[in-house]
Design a protein around this ligand. Structure first.
Ligand code: NDP
Length: 265
């Protein structure tokens, strides 16, 4: 029996168990995937448990950016992003990866969202770092805006990108909301409607609610839009591939997430 889990605090509302259980079933793998409440101070002992009895775990807030000094190896991509969201436990070693960045790109590709720059990433937290890293790696011109400008400048300097004022959104061709604005707040948006460009695409990483105000307004402006669920499904599918060598169908995982969200809403 293969054992997997998501570690975080709080983690009770995570969609990861739903999407991974679906994926394990679809691949015909006998396994369990649990949500393990893990405050930061309990992380060292939890990772020892993972080393002994788990095949792999996902990490979510607040552990993503804090776990790597406890791991035996961290991939160069996860190091550059500064966050580990997937840990493989193999032969007594804990190996750290980041599947948010490739998951974001795969989701765009699968959704027919063109990789066109300039891309404006809203936010400078962990998700924004992964998205900016992924888009830069695809050769796009990437701009960063953040509520706290110093964080935008620091991230931009670190990745060789440009920090810009919010008004530059009008010139972007791809907008990504990687802030937490809109989460559980359907009427909140990081971008005033008049700042959307005339053409292009908008992606929201927030998926609670699924149709955020940011996406609704982008759609009304005629932009292509993508919710946060395809990325969620793809980062999970790529994690399962790291753990087992098998890539599940992300579309099925997305449907499982949608069902779980429907139950939760
Ligand atoms: P962090 O806490 O690391 O970062 C939060 C970001 O949101 C910061 O840039 C912060 O700005 C900004 N922010 C918070 N409140 C406001 C506000 N009122 N106005 C403007 N900006 C604000 O979170 P993460 O980066 O980990 O996650 C961001 C979002 O992305 C979350 O909603 C998360 O659920 C989602 N996510 C979705 C994924 C998916 O697969 N779809 C994957 C990962 C994350 P400041 O620096 O000024 O505080």
């Amino acid at each position: 029996m293969l054992r997997f889990a998501v570690l975080g605090h709080p983690v009770t509302h995570s969609l990861s168990p739903a999407i991974h259980r679906h994926a394990l079933g679809s691949l015909g793998l006998r396994g369990v995937y649990r949500a393990l409440e893990t405050p930061l101070e309990r992380l060292p002992e939890r990772l020892e448990e993972v080393r002994q009895v788990y095949r792999g775990v996902n990490l979510t807030l607040p552990l993503k950016e804090r776990a790597w000094e406890l791991l035996d190896w961290v991939s160069p991509e996860a190091r550059a992003i500064g966050a580990v969201n997937t840990v493989l436990s193999a032969g007594g070693c804990l190996l750290g990866f980041n599947t948010d960045a490739p998951g974001f790109l795969e989701a765009l590709k699968a959704g027919g969202i063109p990789l066109q720059g300039p891309a404006l990433v809203l936010g400078a937290g962990g998700a924004a770092r992964a998205v900016a890293f992924a888009l830069r790696g695809s050769g796009l011109e990437v701009w960063i805006w953040n509520r706290t400008p110093e964080r935008a400048q620091a991230l931009a300097a670190e990745l060789g990108l440009k920090a810009v004022p919010l008004e530059r959104a009008k010139e972007a061709r791809l907008l990504v909301n990687a802030t937490s604005v809109g989460l559980h707040a359907p009427e909140e948006t990081p971008l005033p409607a008049e700042l959307f460009p005339e053409a292009g695409a908008a992606v929201d990483l927030v998926y609670r609610p699924l149709w955020t105000r940011f996406l609704r307004e982008a759609k009304a402006k005629g932009l292509l839009v993508q919710t946060g669920l395809p990325m969620l499904a793809w980062q999970g599918a790529l994690a399962l591939q790291i753990w087992t060598g098998l890539l599940p169908d992300p579309k099925g995982m997305e449907r499982a997430a949608l069902e779980a969200l429907g139950e939760a809403q």
